[in-house]
Write a protein that binds this ligand. Sequence first.
Ligand SMILES: [Zn+2]
Length: 721
Amino acid sequence: MDSPWTLPTVLLCYGQLLPWLMTVGDQSLDEFYNETEAKLFLQFYEQTAQVVLNQFMEAAWNYVTNITKKNREDMLHKELERSQVMVYFGSRARLFKIAQFQDPAVKRMLSKLLDIGKAALPKDELWEYNKLLAYMETAYNMAQVCLDEGPCLPLEPDLQEIMANSRDQKELLWAWQGWRDAVGRQLRPIFERYVILSNKAARLNGYKDMGALWRSKYEDETLEQDLERLFQELKPLYLNLHAYVRRALHRHYGPISSITSTPLPGNMWAQSWVNILDLVLPFPKKPPEDITKIMKGQRWKPGKMFEEAEKFFTSLGMLATPPDFWKKSMLERPPDGREVECQTSAWDFYNGKDFRVKKCTEVNIKDLLSIFHQMGHIQYFLQYKNLSILFREGANPAFGEAVGSMVTLSASSYQHLLNRGLLSQQHQDSEEEVNFLMGIALDKIAFIPFGYMIDRFRWKIFDGTIQKDIYNQEWWNFRLKYQGLCPPIPRSEDDFDPGAKFHISASMPYIGYFISLVLQFQFHEALCKAAGHMGPLHQCSIYNSKMAGKILGDVLKVGSSKPWPQVLKELTGKSKMSSEALLSYFKPLLNWLVTENVQQGEILGWPDFSCSFPERRKPKAAFLSMELEPKAARSGQWVLLILCIIMFLMILGLASRLFIMEKQSANKDSSDNTETGNTSFLCVPMEPHQAARGQWLLLGLCLILMLCSIILTIRIFTWQN
Ligand SMILES: [Zn+2]
């Protein structure tokens, strides 16, 4: 290992070397660790962390927007420096008697410093862990699936497009299986080591495993029970959608392909079904307008899509992105051919002025809404940029996700799209409304069990309930249990299908997406009320509402400086997560689905269902131009062989008989038939020249038969099925 394991120079440049350096572990200096000193200590941290984090983010950005070996090394070194700073401050923060302090902000900041995450690992293992994480993420981002004769396709945009648009089961399966072969399989052996090191890091931070450390970010003792409650409340919505879509797909593809057998067309992980809206539209005679087509007709470009999202936030009176955002972001896949990571993400560079988005934007409505989501992250960064670095994060990890998604609820509302010139039809009747809600549900409701199960699965890996020899089997058990999905072809433990999902290969917690699904509707309902919206929730857009913007901005400004239930209460009036707003948003659709499913006599869910595979067509074997069962063909070969041997023996017998007869005949000829000059062949008297021809003919026949026997025998013993 070649790494500059020295205290980063920035520590010396930006902070004064404070007495804490010398006083670690000196019990007589307990008095020294008082609240006043703590404030100075935190100031010192602030100055140092700003520089170290900024440098790390720059190095990480350089790597993901230009994947080279050198950039990877640079990033890994900056990552080590960051870890070193975390260890330095984390170990000293422990010395303060936090419980005796008065200022809640000081207490909160110090307690945040205590959790140093993976930096707690011994330096060799930390280096190994960082390399392993970089490898997993890069392997995912660089993976391609190659056509037999032709180019290799990356996930974005090619494989995603096949999954979204193809309706051909064969092609879908090719992309589905190819992606898992390319990514999952190569990550499997590494993942086991990743789990070991993750858990070690977690234990060094005082948690029983990595799952517990991830959950601790929610500062919620009852998190798991609360999530289970929410999941159960939302389940009827999913089950009704599942039953309806299952039937619609059955209608389209026939009994072989039902929803219980991925690949569902539409999405590589079946986490969103929005791309199969055309197959399941409740009122197919009233199809929604094709917004992507309208965008393309209006010559939208990626830049314009970002400006559109920016406009939404400024219409609320919120902050505009600084000029650097537009200069430094990666809004499209670079045309110069360098390798980049296309996974969409928003970046805070911790200097209060540099914020960026990385996205390989394509002009379509899905990407437009995804940009609204990313700009929600950027807005959060902008709002809390003046806080301590320790508070520059969402109130909990799900808040950041919820803000952007909440805005997309407004941005995708019928009225808003109409106002922005992305729809032309002036009115929506009740049937069109059900169609519209179906489109949203295929994205949001289909995601409920997926968002919930990903981390429940990983928590069980981290706590050892799921052992490494059954990773893939358990993955599919989870997918069946929660989503009612089966793999389209048999899977084995050589496969590692969870690794084919970005957040698993990139070691990013996922439960925040489930929580944000619930929160975004809670936020939406509260802000719609503030904006004075009357009528059904799905018709609301908060665009232009300064009041909604003010409430939202005030909440974003506090970052994670307060416990999230308090922040939630300021925004919604309630401190508990609730599924009520979501259920109310989808009420018209749920009513329609329930009626439809009852009418069709649908059974909700998949009771007693297990993933079984249609018996594979047994391969047929060819035998003398006939297609036979392999067993029958083998028997035929043996019969042939025995026949050959019998023939061979018969020929041998006949030949020797002939030889004896000829000899006897010759003896007899010399004594009896000298006068006549006649001879015999096979006891038939004939002219000598006729007998000689007959003998040669017989010998030729024998030779041909012997040759046949030999060829058949060789073929039989070299037979391969
Ligand atoms: Zn996000």
